[in-house]
Design a protein around this ligand. Sequence first.
Ligand code: C2E
Ligand code: MG
Ligand code: MG
Length: 382
Amino acid sequence: MRRLHRWGDSWEFQLVRKPLEDGLARVGGDEFTVLLEDVRNPSDAIRVAQRMQSKLALPFDIRGQQIVITASIGVASSGTSYSMAEELLRDAEIAMYRAKRAGKARCEVFDPTMHSTAVGRLKLETDLRRGLENGELIAYYQPIISLITGNITGFEALSRWRRPEGIVPPAEFIPVADETGLIQPINRLMMREACHQLRTWQSQFRCDPPLTMSVNVSPRQFADPELSNEIWLVLKETGVSPSTLNLEITETIAMSDADRALFVLSEIKALGVCLSVDDFGTGYSSLSRLPRFPVDALKIDRVFISDMSTNRGNHEIVRLIINLAHNIGLKVVAEGTEKEDQINELRRLGCEMAQGFLYSPPVSAEAAFGLLMRNYEGSFAT
Ligand code: C2E
Ligand code: MG
Ligand code: MG
């Protein structure tokens, strides 16, 4: 039922609910709330959610374009523990965010542990924001080794959060950073710090070819139209030669929207920067598109390398990736090499580079300098 109300000098319509009538409201942006009356148990609400999802799954025709949308749904049931409507809405929202994180088009029912998890995430986000301002986000460096010469060819910069209680690995904060958008300032910082560091090492160690630096690009960063401009500014500021900077993009980022990805990669490539496909083999790849992408190298994911000596299937995948890469003119880096026999086999298969704990885990800039000294002492310039 619609009713006309007077607010000050203006009139507006208000949706008025009759008792025991379900209601739908737009909370803001792309969020909607559905109020179901007289629900006896959560499975009734789940059934309604599933009906909504199946209706939404049908394509909408908008000016001749077929649009498909999905919805993540969170369910919370009112109970005696709630005294305010806001509390019920808050819990439905927490469950909805859980559904979003678990993948698209899902439905989750709120349970009280979600509340403590959400509070924990909020605290992590606040701490991370403060940590970023206080300079607690730092770069660690893992060497990448040439399997032809045995020398360090360059490093991959990997972020670490230096907290008073110890070093936090990226798996514990990158997902929160990605969700909240904090990943963008983190990545900007990483790129700038890594390029400054590279410039210093390049002037200290006159290697031929010069040392390189690999930096990871997150999906959010890849979607930012300012990305290539930012890279250009960092290169200008640090004086690093573009061909010695290498950006790592996962195959899922590269392949999910192929036309846009091709445009962005070409824009970055036009700066003279190198590009690698990270964690190759674990994501979703369209092999027919790969030759069109302006990438320079594939990084074979650790899952294939770890047991390639004992698992014939994975050995075959590694051999196939190396052959595929070479046939389309790309180099190959093997990730997660921990054993000598893996290195021998990779060398036999023609893999050019390796990165793994056998050589060194990611280390601080000072420790990485020590690795360079051990490798290139003769060419160290003071
Ligand atoms: P990645 O880019 O594939 O980096 C390689 C990861 O494998 C690193 O984990 C490294 O420590 C680990 N690793 C290397 N060799 C070995 C090995 O021999 N054995 C084992 N068990 N692990 C090995 P890390 O540093 O924890 O980073 C994990 C992921 O987090 C990275 O995977 C990358 O996707 C992401 N990441 C790290 N730093 C950043 C960053 O600054 N920005 C973005 N966007 N992502 C980052
Ligand atoms: Mg990487
Ligand atoms: Mg990787």
